[in-house]
Ligand binder design. Structure first.
Ligand code: ATP
Length: 550
């Protein structure tokens, strides 16, 4: 099976080659438009000066030629732009998803809102602007071509025009600085918006019952973000607009000067004045295009920087070499964990140093009060968190801290906040006899069927979904099942069945080993080993003394 995810995603976010190709096409199309205006100019100027040298038929051929080039290149360009825009849009999204799939879990938790903002906002900004890049560069080329033509018409008028255009550009550049800062600030608000949006979606039930919760979130949090975002963005765009108007006024001033005063000041002949004004009017189009595109490009630059920063941040914690260790430990017989230590940060909760041994087919229960560190410990042994210290021995063989990534191959977990996928993903050959056996044992027969590899439904009760999740991990070729308060959502009958029948079946028939976090003290005696977690430290409890403890 082709593994698209592991394909190197070092490719550029925006493909340069087609972009350059389409920019060239845009230039050809622009130049044909320019040729069109030049021919008109020539005819007018010839008519004014009455120095007709070319027969009209020649102009007709030229017209026809430029029109054909213009429309063919436009059509080709428009089709290409449609394809390119979709390619860029989906390529960037695929790239971000690839990054997420490879990112360390802790980093991902930290960057959840940022990732969301990138996928929804930045991707749109960048793909929209990437299309405009084509118009932008072709407009710049057209401006340059017009300037050359203007130089050919009159150097003096070109000098005046250059001064006026330079002044317009300077005013525009100076004023756009503060607009850019505001655009950056608006992008920063996006993360807060996503946080609020997520809390509304995730708390939809609570808000439905008590609408005041929603009103308060809307009034106190969302309104603030929306008003600030709206005001800042409008201010930034109005500044751009005002700069554009100033530049246009300068431009019309220039045209007025040429038409009214250049004859007196520079003794410019009337035909040159008309031709020059014609070119200036034609030039307006590309200049306005450039000015309209600049804010869009600035917004996209902010987004592009954000995306690159996200890419860097997600890849910051260096992951071990991408070596496939699939099935490497499926025959393990004993695991020793030594001096595991992990802290959420300075002055934050920490676990360890932890020493922990487990043998094949052993059933280990971990208990302890809320917040004592059971889940954190589980996440460290699963190597979801990057350990500060520690090493493991699998069948006596050292796995140093740096290579702990491969220890993941030992485990198949069902987390307390598990996610039930709609199929047995990641399992090469699904054993359907086994699936049916466990659907029966887990009393889901008739409730869920497997159709074309997919579950007929995931609309199950929480307890039933947990049963499906456990069936899923049983099929994985991994020897240690890790369960975080799995039985907490089961009814007393099934909980009893789980501790007294299912665990033994899994160990015996599937050759599995079990590590389970549990608060069910009634069943602690069904474990081979009982461990207590107390403020990040793990201690063994003697099962024979249970009666005295509970
Ligand atoms: N992302 C985090 N950043 C900082 N501290 C955290 C984070 N997640 C958990 N903690 C802290 O770690 C401590 C241990 O949490 P943990 O979830 O491991 O407890 P637990 O023993 O599994 O509790 P429970 O029985 O309630 O599930 C808690 O005090 C919690 O505040």
């Amino acid at each position: 099976m082709k593994n698209n995810v592991s394909e190197n995603s070092n490719s550029q976010l925006i493909p340069l080659k087609p972009l350059i190709g389409y920019s060239l096409l845009a230039i050809i199309s622009g130049l044909s438009g320019f040729a069109f205006i030049t021919i008109i100019n020539k005819i007018i100027s010839n008519s004014i000066t009455a120095t007709e040298t070319q027969p009209m038929q020649n102009y007709l051929y030229m017209f026809a030629g430029t029109i054909v080039i213009f429309f063919v290149s436009r059509r080709w360009l428009a089709g290409g732009v449609i394809k390119l825009s979709q390619k860029i849009y989906w390529d960037i999204r695929k790239d971000v998803i690839k990054l997420i799939l490879k990112a360390p879990y802790r980093k991902l938790q930290e960057y959840k809102e940022e990732v969301y903002a990138t996928l929804t906002t930045d991707v749109n900004h960048v793909s929209n602007a990437s299309l405009m890049v084509i118009t932008f560069f072709s407009s710049i080329i057209l401006i340059a071509a017009c300037l050359v033509y203007m130089a050919f018409l009159s150097l003096k008028l070109l000098g005046v025009s250059t001064v006026v255009i330079a002044l317009g550009v300077l005013i525009y550049a100076l004023r756009s600085k503060s607009s850019n800062t505001q655009i950056k600030e608006v992008r920063e608000l996006e993360k807060t918006f996503i946080t609020i949006f997520n809390s509304i979606l995730n708390g939809a039930k609570e808000i439905n019952i008590n609408a005041d919760k929603g009103t308060q979130i809307y009034d106190q949090r969302l309104m603030k973000v929306a008003t600030t975002g709206e005001t800042k963005y409008v201010t930034a765009l109005l500044k751009y607009l005002n700069s554009e108007i100033i530049s246009q006024i300068l431009f019309y001033g220039l045209i007025t000067f040429i038409l009214v005063f250049s004859g007196t000041v520079f003794q410019t002949p009337i035909a040159t004045k008309v031709s020059f004004t014609f070119v200036l009017l034609y030039l307006m189009g590309p200049i306005v295009s450039v000015m309209t595109i600049i804010p869009v490009m600035n917004r996209a630059t902010v987004s592009l920087k954000k995306m690159n920063k996200l890419k860097e941040d997600l890849a910051k914690i260096e992951k071990p070499q991408n070596v496939s260790h699939k099935g490497q430990y499926k025959d393990f017989s004993d695991l020793k964990i030594r001096n595991y230590a992990f802290s959420f940060g300075e002055n934050q909760f920490s676990v360890g140093p932890i020493n922990f041994d487990i043998k094949r087919n052993e059933v280990v229960f971990i208990y302890g009060g809320n917040g004592e560190g059971k889940t954190t410990f589980i996440n460290t042994i699963l190597n979801l968190y990057n350990l500060d210290n520690g090493e493991a021995y699998i069948d006596g063989k050292l796995v140093p801290l740096k290579e702990l990534e491969k220890i993941k191959n030992l485990f198949a977990p069902v987390f307390s906040d598990f996610y039930l996928f709609d199929a047995f993903y990641g399992i090469a050959d699904v054993d359907y006899d086994k699936v049916n056996k466990y659907l029966k044992l887990f009393e889901l027969e008739g409730k869920v069927q497997i159709k074309d590899g997919y579950f007929s439904t995931t609309n199950l009760s929480t307890g039933q979904r947990k049963r499906m999740a456990l069936i899923n991990v049983l099929l994985e070729d991994r020897p240690i099942i890790v369960l975080d308060e799995w039985a907490a959502d089961q009814d007393p009958y099934f909980r009893h069945k789980f501790y007294t029948e299912i665990i033994a079946t899994i160990v015996r028939d599937e050759d599995k080993t079990i590590i389970a976090i549990t608060h069910d003290d009634r069943y602690y005696n069904t474990a081979d080993t009982l461990l207590k977690m107390e403020y990040g430290k793990l201690e063994k409890t003697n099962i024979s003394e249970l009666a005295e403890i509970f």
